[in-house]
Design a protein around this ligand. Structure first.
Ligand code: LFR
Length: 489
């Protein structure tokens, strides 16, 4: 995405600007190998670099200049770098191997203690469980890692003089792309907080070295943490040439966790607003000034993730559009989603609300069969047609969204006023209306591209094109981005 942001001025002659040009879009297909499910980061790297080169060319044609580059992606997964090379690529968070790490970690640190320290909802793929199940990591640690403390400069791997210290250790997915652009290995704060190794509730992010040691993670493999808005580095000569951009082009830390960026650009307009960031996952919760680490939050499966500007996202991971998309994939190309949704809106009574958060829906596999099974277990009609499946899934998602939004408001004690639904799910009118109906509050849908907007807003603030606190950034979203309102029926 090529983004532009400018806050405008009071004269009215220069209105606020916040816009995106979509330069490239590419599939992110995982690969199954004999040893499990992986991401194809080599293909993603090429697609990202081609997209950036096209963005640079597009800006140049308009007589504009790329002010900075910001990267966001999904959380928790990581790769392993040695001497600057990726020696083990990220495994997919849906890979079954991670489960072996759960017991291993909980034997050492019981879950209630873990939650009190890191504030994370139990999800079997949280990075510290992945670490515990990763033989490469143990072997790597045993063979010794060069580490140079927290001096950022020391983490720049300068290929020309053979000093690769910056490229030793783990790197989370968005930070891997930043590393490829700059040669600087960091862990951006919002994403670092999804590892389970950053203490919840401290104003400055830091690695919990004591916890890392207890679960057998050598602290030396963890990169220095940087906060959104700070400079990660500038382009390496090789990348600058490939992109046809100056080497001085800054790569800026944004909310590199996609959900953190999405919430930056969520147009909260009233107190008591909850968010649903709905793509593959449906992340449902509220922004809070501080984490909520009570037993109630823990038992309700609420996570405390670090947000931009020291905020906390108190949220629950709902299974999201994954279930629907996997069904469409299983049914083959005869069906397209918009047609199915229109037909599903007309399904009258033959649908069943089932528990869409059931962990059996997490892995890849025959999704329609599992949905049918869950409908039967819920004591309802088993869907007989594709449209009945779609309607059952959409209603079950809406129910889970409504329940999680209500729970988030109980946990913070702020009554629920509105639900802001952002991301691809905002296009799904059936889902938005069903969420409003089931929650009993209005749903404000949009922007669809909240993540990219949040990324651009933090970059624009860093570049000095816009100023202010998160509320100011969101005012720019409200002033420039259309939304659709669904009243509860
Ligand atoms: C959304 C997301 C969620 C995280 C999941 C796995 O894309 O980043 O926030 O829980 O993916 O990383």
């Amino acid at each position: 995405m090529l983004g532009r942001a400018y806050s405008g001025d009071d004269s009215g002659e220069n209105p606020p600007v916040l816009e995106l040009d979509e330069i490239a879009r590419f599939a992110n297909e995982p690969v199954r190998r004999a040893d499990g499910l992986h991401w194809n980061v080599a293909a993603l790297r090429e697609a990202v670099l081609d997209g950036l080169a096209d963005a640079a060319a597009s800006a140049a044609r308009r007589g504009e200049r790329i002010a900075s580059i910001g990267i966001d992606a999904w959380a928790v997964d990581y790769g392993l770098l040695r001497h600057g090379e990726l020696v083990a690529g990220p495994r997919h968070y849906r890979d079954a191997r991670h489960e072996a790490g759960v017991d291993a970690v909980h034997r050492l640190v019981p879950f209630p203690e873990l939650y009190a320290r890191n504030g994370l909802q139990f999800l079997p793929f949280n990075t510290l469980y992945q670490f515990a199940a990763d033989p490469d990591l143990r072997e790597y640690a045993a063979s010794g890692i060069e580490h140079d403390g927290d001096d950022l400069d020391a983490h720049r791997s300068d290929v020309s003089d053979g000093d690769h210290r910056g490229g030793d250790g783990i790197v989370l997915v968005p930070d891997l792309f930043a590393y490829w652009l700059t040669g600087v290995r960091v862990a951006e704060e919002t994403n670092a907080s999804t590892t389970g190794l950053v203490p919840a509730g401290e104003p400055e992010p830091r690695w919990d070295a004591e916890l890392a040691e207890r679960v057998g993670v050598p602290a030396g493999i963890l990169p220095p943490i940087v906060r959104p808005g700070s400079l990660i580095g500038t382009l390496t000569p090789e990348i600058a040439t490939r992109l046809d951009l100056p080497e001085s082009t800054p790569v800026v830390a944004v909310g590199s966790h996609d959900t953190a960026s999405a919430v930056v650009a969520t147009p909260f307009a009233v107190p008591g607003s909850a968010f649903v960031s709905c793509g593959t996952w449906g992340l449902v919760g509220v922004e809070s000034p501080r984490p909520v680490l009570t037993a109630e939050a823990r038992d309700a499966g609420f996570t405390n993730e670090r947000g931009v500007d020291g905020t906390t996202r108190l949220l629950h991971n709902v299974m999201g559009l994954w279930v629907l998309n996997e069904c469409v994939r299983a049914w083959g190309e005869v069906t397209d989603l918009p047609t199915l949704l229109t037909a599903a809106a007309r399904v009258d009574t033959r649908f069943t609300v089932f528990d869409i958060d059931d962990p059996r829906l997490m892995p890849q596999g025959d999704m329609p069969a599992r949905v049918a099974q869950l409908c039967a277990e819920a004591g309802g009609a088993v869907p007989a047609t594709h449209t009945e499946f779609v309607r059952s899934i959409v209603e079950s998602l809406a129910e889970a969204f409504a329940r999680a939004a209500a729970r988030a408001s109980t946990l913070t004690g702020v009554p629920l006023g509105t639900i802001n639904l952002v991301g691809g799910g905002a296009r799904n009118a059936l889902l938005c209306q069903a969420t409003a109906d089931r929650a009993g509050v209005p749903v404000v849908a949009g922007p669809v591209e909240a993540t990219a907007l949040g990324n651009v807003l933090v970059q624009a603030r860093t570049a000095g094109a816009i100023g202010g606190i998160l509320g100011d950034l969101r005012r720019l979203v409200i002033a420039t981005q259309p939304t659709t309102r669904y009243e509860p029926r």
